[in-house]
Ligand binder design. Structure first.
Ligand SMILES: NC(=O)c1ccc[n+]([C@@H]2O[C@H](COP(=O)([O-])OP(=O)(O)OC[C@H]3O[C@@H](n4cnc5c(N)ncnc54)[C@H](O)[C@@H]3O)[C@@H](O)[C@H]2O)c1
Ligand SMILES: [Zn+2]
Length: 360
């Protein structure tokens, strides 16, 4: 099977490798990028059972001295208490500045491990081993790390780039269907944002509606990672073009919140992307037919393209979003598939977008 490597030129730069037996080889690969040291593999309770032994074995065979720490799976664990437990665990084990963390898992594990790496002894190195499609195409690349606070998601964190990212697609075989489709939604997002051929492949029979595997999957991930890498290189600290990656996310976050997070992130973002395209068309910002194209591509992967929550509810939760800067909101609107713009609007305008976006 083909293996891909994408270079991310931020800071001293790092490689993202995408292949099908990278967990077995992770020890040797990591040993080539860093000198041998102690490593602590941080993982969650689901991934621990599936892949921790394999990773520890590979690291030990390569000569690393290993420790591991596992926390209960789920977003509820992405908090200050788990972060504190990880930091105390490292300190109890006399982890030093030359030692390294390894995040083995989805976005929750990647985000909290990255944050622990950013703050432990004022910063130590870490590696990402993403095991969800969402983590592969999104959270493992770009250096955003975070925990949630009571007031909202991702409200405390740091920018901290990993040493290397190894994405072994064989781990996705054990992913539940809805977790896989979360990642597909974020992958289609890159197509809508930057890559018409990628979008068209999702929309057409080039990529089947069944679960992607093999070379087709590695190819899609490599393209998404390259797009994310290019945007992060342009705007590491998220003040400019990196905001484009929020396509579908303003309305998507509102849907997630209204559902008390029962609707998963990728599914909510899918509905958000279809809705903003529909609103864009009605406002004359988006080429006619685009909303339909987007909706059809998302529906092909059983992703939602609308929401039942009412306009007032959606608007109200968005207005309380702690991350909103002042009285303006930056909305990402497709002009057509493969090309989007950042439209800065007064927050009051959001209600109109939601209203126009609703209703298939
Ligand atoms: N840092 C960023 O730039 C960024 C970007 C997007 C999302 N995120 C964050 O990522 C998180 C979502 O990531 P996620 O969807 O990967 O969530 P997750 O880490 O909770 O993983 C989803 C579920 O899948 C399980 N799992 C993971 N790998 C598995 C495998 N191979 N087989 C079976 N089960 C497996 C996990 O235990 C969990 O139950 C959110 O906290 C979000 O804020 C961060
Ligand atoms: Zn997202």
């Amino acid at each position: 099977m083909t293996e891909f490597s994408v270079k991310i030129n931020v800071g001293k730069g790092y490689e993202v490798r995408i292949g099908s037996s990278l967990l077995d080889d992770c020890g040797n690969i990591i040993a080539k990028t860093t000198s041998l040291c102690r490593v602590a593999v941080i993982t969650d309770s689901n991934v621990e059972k599936l892949y921790l032994d394999k990773v520890i074995k590979s690291l030990q065979q390569a000569g690393f001295d290993t420790l591991s720490f596992s926390f209960p799976a789920g977003e509820e664990s992405k908090n200050i208490s788990t972060l504190s437990d990880i930091l105390e665990f490292l300190a109890e084990n006399n982890f030093s500045r030359t030692d390294m963390l390894i995040a083995l898992g989805g976005g929750v594990t990647g985000d909290i491990t990255g944050f622990a790496a950013a703050v432990y002894l004022r910063g130590i190195r870490y590696v990402q081993l993403p095991t969800t499609l969402l983590a592969a195409v999104d959270s493992s690349v770009g250096g955003k790390t975070a925990i949630d606070l009571k007031a909202g998601k991702n409200l405390a964190g740091a920018f901290k780039q990993p040493e290397i990212v190894l994405c072994d697609i064989s781990t996705f075989e054990t992913l539940p269907e809805t977790e896989f489709s979360n990642g597909i939604a974020e992958s289609i997002k890159y197509g809508i944002l930057f890559d018409k051929p990628l979008f068209d492949a999702f929309a057409s029979s080039d990529l089947s509606s069944n679960r992607l595997t093999g070379d087709k999957l590695t190819d899609v991930i490599a393209k998404c990672v390259a797009h994310k890498g290019r945007i992060v290189e342009l705007d590491e600290f998220d003040n400019g073009d990196r905001r484009l990656l929020n396509l579908g996310h303003t309305i998507g976050h509102a849907i997630e919140k209204c559902s008390s997070f029962k609707i998963q992130h990728g599914h909510a973002v899918a509905a958000g992307m279809a809705m903003i395209a529909r609103a864009g068309e009605k406002k004359g910002l988006t080429k006619e037919g685009t909303a339909n194209e987007i909706s059809q591509a998302l529906a092909k992967y059983a992703l939602p393209i609308d929401t039942d929550f009412d306009i007032d509810e959606l608007n109200a939760v968005t207005l309380t979003d702690k991350k909103r800067a002042g009285k303006k909101i930056a909305l990402i609107v497709p002009e057509e598939t493969g090309k989007c713009i950042i439209k800065t609007e007064p927050v009051e305008a959001l209600r109109e977008y939601i209203t126009l976006g609703k209703g298939v």
